[in-house]
Design a protein around this ligand. Sequence first.
Ligand code: ZN
Length: 313
Amino acid sequence: MASRKRSTPRRRPRRTGRFVWGLLQLLLVVVGVLVVAVYVSRFLPPASQEKRQQATIVPPQREPARRAGANSKPSAPAQEQAAATVQEPQNVPLTSGGSGDALPTSASLAVTSKEVDAGSSSAKLVALTFDAGSSAEPVPQILRALAQRGLHCTFFLTGEWIERYPDAARQIAEAGHELGNHSWSHPAFTSLTDEQIREQLRRTEEIALRVCGRSTKPLFRPPFGARDERVRSVAADEGYLTIYWTIDSWDSVKKDITPQMITDRVMRLMRPGAIVLMHCGSEATAQALPQVLNALDAQGYRVVTVSELLRSR
Ligand SMILES: [Zn+2]
């Protein structure tokens, strides 16, 4: 009896030891597999839209454009490396999505009542923005110019415009562009009550969801650029960050402006992190767009949505 009792505890440590060793080996294998999986998922992301974007936006000879790094997702190893060497923050914005897969890109932006009129000046990124309140005729031409280069921009739509041109609004959304709120009927918000401001924003959000299947949150462009602390606070309370601009293309303020004048003005004022104000209703802008995009490309700028621009900060 006594000897048996003694032998059992003696054998146990050996078995336990073997068991622990086996467990450790298993653990090592699991960790190894995980490391490989993480590596593969970082460097070989699924890539239909990556390819398209890379091919069109990032010409291989343009170092600065590549450094801008925060392309929608880290894609090819080369790009990843370029980003890594300049220590770009890895806050990898989502793409605005290709046609169909409409990703709300701006979900993670912090909404405050602070005014935003530019992104970081540390990378050669630029956000072209298109306000829609008048005509929709130039829209197909604008969308074509962007699609040819695989670019996504931000479109600030009024609710009335969506109501009047539902097809154009849908085309913008389906092409994967980012939507922002430009009020319902384009009044100067500084002359509205808090409640009227809320109403303007809510009605537009509602119709955007209904017609485009997309939210306009959290981007708000004040009509006429009319804003103050109160307007921004109410907008923030409704879930919107107020987006002003760095460069006004003058396509809505200057009569008889030509495409060349727009290109010259925009490129003369261009700087890293710029938000450019343009209009969906401007024929001159639609015609200038290919030139502007070529000029930006030649100078190593990469065109992104407003939320991508702001997240690169
Ligand atoms: Zn406007």
